[in-house]
Design a protein around this ligand. Structure first.
Ligand code: T3D
Length: 258
C-alpha cells in the first residue's frame, strides 16, 4: 500500500496521508514522498490548488514513534532536517494555495503540518494535540513559529506545554482553523473549497501568500513596499484584466491562473 496517494482532479491535487492503521503517522518513506509530491504540485501547470488530508479516522499522529527507537532508529537530525523542515518550506513557498483538510486527530508533527498550510479546515470531530511534551520533545515542524502567530503567545504556550487535546470547535474559536464542517459533509465541503480556490486568480493568491509570509519579519515600511511591488505584478496578469472585464460586463469571471 502506498503511504501517500496523489490524484489530480479539476485542477486540484489531492494528497492523502495513507497509513490509516498507524493513524497516518510519518515514517521516513512517507515524509520523503510527501516532499516529492509537493514538488510536483509546484511544477505542474494544471495544478492550481492542493489539498492535504488523511485516510481513515486520523489526519496524522505525527512521527512514527516505532521508527525512532531501536538499533535502526533514524537520527533526529535526519528527521527534522531531511523530512519535516523541507515539507514546511515547500508548503510555505508553493505559489498555489495549500489546504489542510483535518479529518480526524492531528498530533505532533501532524498537527503542525496542518497549521503550516494556507487554509486549515476541520471536521467537527477532529482534534489537534501538541503531543511533543508528552514524550519529552519540543514542538517542531514549525509549531513554535505558527502556533503563537495563530492563537497568541499565552494560548500557544499553554497548548504546547500542556499537550492537551484541542477539539475542532475550540480550534476554530482560537484561530487555528478557518472553518469547521460537520463530519458528514466534511469530505464534500473540503473538495468544494479546494475547487473554488483552483478557479481563482492563482498568481494573485501566490502573491498574497508571498506577502503574508514576508509580513512575519518585515517592518511596516518594508511591507508596504512589498505590497506595492506585488500589486504591480498582479495588475499585469491576465486574470486581473479578466476580473475587471467580467465585473464591467456583469458576468462571472473565468480565471485561468495566468
Ligand atoms: O525524533 C523525533 O521524533 C522528532 C520528531 C518529532 C515529531 C513528532 O511528531 S513527535 C510526536 C509524535 N506523536 C505522538 O506522540 C502521538 C502518539 N499517538 C497518540 O498519542 C495517540 O495515538 C493519538 C492521541 C494520536 C490517538 O489516540 P487513539 O486512542 O485514538 O489511537 P491509538 O490506539 O493510540 O492508536 C491507534 C494505532 O495507531 C495504534 O496502533 P495499534 O496498537 O493499533 O497497532 C498506535 O500505536 C498507532 N499510532 C498512533 N500514533 C502513532 C502510532 N504508531 C506510531 N507512531 C505514532 N505516532
Amino acid at each position: 500500500m502506498t503511504s501517500i496517494t496523489f490524484e489530480i482532479s479539476g485542477q486540484v491535487a489531492f494528497i492523502t496521508l495513507n497509513r490509516p492503521d498507524k493513524l497516518n503517522s510519518f515514517n521516513r518513506e512517507m515524509a520523503l514522498t510527501l516532499g516529492s509530491r509537493l514538488d510536483e504540485c509546484a511544477s505542474l501547470h494544471e495544478v492550481r490548488a492542493v489539498l492535504i488530508t488523511g485516510a481513515g479516522r486520523a489526519f496524522s499522529a505525527g512521527q512514527d514513534l516505532a521508527e525512532i527507537v531501536g538499533p535502526n532508529a533514524i537520527g533526529m537530525d535526519k528527521i527534522l532536517g531531511e523530512q519535516y523542515n523541507p515539507i514546511v518550506t515547500r508548503i510555505r513557498n508553493l505559489p498555489k494555495p495549500v489546504v489542510a483538510a483535518v479529518n480526524g486527530v492531528a498530533a505532533g508533527a501532524g498537527a503542525n503540518l496542518a497549521l503550516c498550510c494556507d487554509i486549515v479546515i476541520a471536521a467537527r470531530s477532529a482534534s489537534f494535540i501538541q503531543a511533543f511534551s508528552r514524550i519529552g520533545l519540543i514542538p517542531d515542524t514549525g509549531g513554535t513559529w505558527f502556533l503563537p502567530r495563530l492563537v497568541g503567545w499565552q494560548k500557544a504556550m499553554g497548548i504546547a506545554m500542556m499537550g492537551d487535546k484541542i477539539g475542532a470547535t475550540e480550534a476554530e474559536k482560537l484561530g487555528m482553523v478557518y472553518k469547521v464542517y460537520e463530519d458528514e459533509e466534511f469530505s464534500g465541503a473540503s473538495r468544494a473549497l479546494a475547487a473554488v480556490l483552483a478557479e481563482m486568480p492563482t498568481r494573485a493568491l501566490a502573491f498574497t501568500k508571498h506577502a503574508f509570509n514576508s509580513s512575519a519579519s518585515n517592518p511596516l515600511e518594508a511591507q508596504l513596499l512589498l505590497e506595492d511591488e506585488l500589486q504591480q505584478k498582479a495588475a499585469l496578469t491576465r486574470d486581473h484584466k479578466e476580473g475587471i472585464n467580467a465585473f464591467l460586463d456583469k458576468r462571472a469571471p473565468l480565471f485561468t491562473g495566468e
